[in-house]
Ligand binder design. Structure first.
Ligand code: GDP
Length: 436
């Protein structure tokens, strides 16, 4: 299971610059695939063969100055609850401020690995100034200059050293479907889960723990075996309410990471908004399957095209990954609850699809030869061979002479063709063009 790293600290110490440093390489790839940049506060990274997520907590901070401090305190507390490792950023130019001391006090009580990072140590002259940060009572610290990246390698080495070894692939692949039910507060998540599992809700254990067993609870409903990922169930009730975007997104991170398929519950009476979009995007970014439930459909006044129009609106919001099942449910009247779970199981199966290299070449090579990438600067790209990569989630490589000349529109064209031919409904796929 991938670790989650939270970056905490007061505003303007350089958290987002460090965040960008940590996720940079991966982000570049993902963004060029999707062509869209949404949330800049959550990203995936990898170092020494370990994948992990990074959350920039401060990025979400909103509100006026008077609630500012309280806000930071809440964010730190939530980061402590949700993350596996915490990076606490301070600024050598400012020394220890009262807010730093405050945050350090919260962190000193925590059992999780804490990494104090002294930022803006741009030159050796400033190294001695950093010594003062021993007074935070958090032990060793790292000095970095996130503006030019110096020191980040050492920090990354130390971070991944604390992370568990990655699990072997086939172990995960064989597991039962793991469904995460996520969405904005009040969208109907708990009602959906209750409708789905009925009385068995009571058997969900309340034991705090971090092993996967205590997070997965196995159910058999409507003839399907699945695990419901319920990280909230094993967490002690938090004082922090899920009222702000930051909190519900942060809560969703862990749940989504543990899952195979994300069931995104949307409140139809509120439309599909930024927060829904961000949670959707979290799932996409983690390459999880997705099913969207437009819930409380009983409350929506319907005319001839209401459903069609609503669906079109949602698809527009989730571009370019629009090949996703959208189901209109009413948890209250139990309308399409079965359909929802059936679709989630289908998406789980789609996500495991493996296409043999010979069949894939027969089909896709034909298409890319008929519709080759447009010539750029007089250069012609010739695709010679293609295959599905042996990864857990669907990823494809097209080997060609000049991969650098393949542009995003062509990549999308190939993805669309692939989706027309094979069933990857609800499944993010990645297409690489590689040198042959
Ligand atoms: P959660 O915060 O996402 O877990 O949302 P809840 O499951 O607690 O639901 C919030 C409120 O919406 C509750 O009062 C539910 O009874 C109501 N609700 C949930 N689903 C539906 C639905 O499909 N139709 C209607 N009319 N109300 C619903």
């Amino acid at each position: 299971m991938n670790s989650i790293v939270a970056i905490v600290g007061r505003p303007n110490v350089g958290k987002s610059t460090l965040f960008n440093r940590l996720v940079q390489r991966r982000e570049a790839i993902v963004d060029s695939v999707s062509g869209v940049t949404r949330d800049r506060h959550y990203g995936k990274s990898d170092w020494n063969g370990k994948d992990f997520s990074v959350i920039d907590t401060g990025g979400y901070s909103i509100g006026s100055d008077d609630i500012f401090e309280e806000e930071i305190r809440k964010q730190v507390k939530l980061a402590i609850e949700e993350a596996d490792l915490i990076v606490f950023v301070v600024n050598v130019e400012d020394g220890i401020t009262p807010m730093d001391a405050e945050v350090a006090k919260l962190l000193r009580k925590v059992k999780k690995p804490i990494f104090t990072v002294v930022n803006k140590v741009d030159n050796a002259m400033r190294e001695p100034d950093a010594v003062e940060f021993y007074n935070l009572g958090l032990g060793e610290y790292f000095t970095i200059a996130s503006i030019n990246g110096s020191g980040t390698g050492e920090l990354l080495d130390a971070l991944v050293a604390e992370m568990p070894e990655p699990e072997p692939l086939d172990l995960e692949a064989e597991a039962l479907p793991r469904f995460a039910v996520v969405g904005r507060p009040n969208a109907g998540k708990s009602s959906f889960i209750n409708a789905l599992i009925g009385e068995e809700r009571n058997i969900v254990t309340d034991i705090a723990g971090t092993t996967r067993d205590s997070i997965d609870t196995k159910y058999n409903r409507f003839g399907f075996d699945f695990n419901l990922v319920d990280t909230a169930g094993i967490r002690k009730k938090s004082r922090v309410k899920e009222d702000l975007e930051f909190y519900s997104v942060m809560r969703a991170v862990r749940t989504i990471e543990y899952s195979d398929v994300v069931i995104l519950v949307v409140d139809a009476t509120r439309g599909f908004e930024g927060q829904d979009q961000n949670i959707f995007w979290l799932a996409e970014k983690n390459r999880k399957g997705v099913v969207i439930l437009i819930n409380k459909w009983d409350l929506v006044e319907k005319e001839t095209n209401t459903m069609r129009d609503f669906e079109a609106m949602v698809r527009k919001q989730i571009q370019p990954f629009t090949d996703v099942p959208i189901i209109f449910t009413s948890v209250l009247t139990k309308q399409r609850i079965f359909k929802a779970i059936e679709t989630a199981v289908e998406v789980f199966e789609n996500r495991k699809t493996k296409i043999s290299t010979s069949k894939f070449n027969d089909t896709m090579l034909e298409i890319v030869k008929t519709y080759p990438p447009p010539a750029t600067k007089g250069k012609y790209v010739k695709i010679k061979y293609c295959m599905q990569l042996p990864t857990l989630t669907p990823q494809f490589a097209f080997f060609c002479n000049l991969p650098q000349y393949v542009r995003d529109p062509y990549r999308r064209f190939v993805e669309n063709k692939l989706r027309e031919i094979y069933n990857f409904s609800g499944v993010p796929i990645t297409i690489y063009f590689r040198q042959k």
